[in-house]
Design a protein around this ligand. Sequence first.
Ligand SMILES: [Zn+2]
Length: 462
Amino acid sequence: MATEIDLLVVGDYLYPMSEGLPVVRDGEVAVRDGRVLYAGPRRELGHWQAARVLGGPGRAIIPGFVNSHCHAASLIFRSLTDEGSVGKALYGLAFRLEGFVSDEEWAELAMLACADMLCAGITTINDIWHHPAGLAEAVARSGLRATVAEKVFDVHLQELHLGDYTRYRDQGEQRLRAAVDFAEAWHGKADGRITARISTHASDTCEAELHKAARAEADRLGLGMHIHAAQAPTEVAQVRAEQGCGPLVYLRDIGYLRDDVVLAHLTFADADDLAAVAETGAGYAHCPTIYPRRGVYPPLWDIKARGIRTGFATDWMMNDPFEGMRNAMHACRTLRGDATELPAAEALWHHTLGAAGALGLADDIGSLEPGKKADLVVLDLDKPHLQPFYGGYPALVFYAKASDVESVVVDGRQVVEQGRPTLFDSAAALGRVKSRVPRWTDLIGSLDAAADPQQGDCGPCH
Ligand SMILES: [Zn+2]
């Protein structure tokens, strides 16, 4: 008697990312009610009675990528902040441009970003940005899974490039109220695919009282938190001047750091800061594509050796997890002078189960095991750059690209088919963003004309 299932996904290779990380030759994943019923070697013909079948010969199956820290709509900054002084790029341009972008534009960018993420095989994101409701609506439509947070801060970001850290308490309180309103409206929506976090933007862009008030709201609502920490020398210097310690020691001492906090970057964290992270059990989002671009790299090996839960992330603009994994491997091996540093299997783990763990979601996503949510990706291996494909982790992690993603499934539902989103018109989303380029070009021109940005090294990221 065949077992009835909703979906059967088959492939020449299955990378379940389960305990011990075995790769399965001729594997399959059976899905029922949005969850994995079975993941392993192919069963005999007739074992399953599947309503749908995906994949086939020349295909590999992996869990959906988990993106533990990003700003989906930040793709507006593509090519604008990749070159030159970081101080000029971020504090001088990005932070200033953000203030002129409308909610409607953020929503359009978020819709395109959902296409970008899904088509790259990313099935879960953890996002902080302006207008989170716009992203939440795009996530609901697109079929993506997301943790979303409003960006709370009490400075004028557009003035930081002048070294002006004036606190605007009303603004901070208003943004925290908006963050709470967003969380109350959206947490658990889209069949549970959307969850909310409370996010103070960075250790330096909120004063202590605002961080503490945000912590209290997160506790009241039972939500986790998300923050940039030790991302920039400017930030570390500001916190040291105001608090007399590093940013993570500071966040621990005011009661903010706990195991439900996701920390992005830790690039400029010192040993005391990292000890504070390890002591509190906070999760860490490591963004391997942006660091080398800025000429810096956090000591991933040290952070992992301290037992800090670590996941990979795209941060902003470039959302190719394969490129991210390779950037991490190349950077760590070069910096350590050791070709065995960060093996391919470990890199993939950090972008799947490891990232799920950093977000506190490892019981539900990150690997293909019975009972977990059916979030998976089918890759087309019949490509000149992938063959001959011998099936180990290096075959996948060193050679595959986001453009090899053929099908994507979230909660057992197919959201990408033949490399295109199935639930919304991604060409229309692309067209809307393209139509805005002349206005944004004019805006950038007017900022350039008015700019007198600090040329110092403000940091790697955002
Ligand atoms: Zn970021």
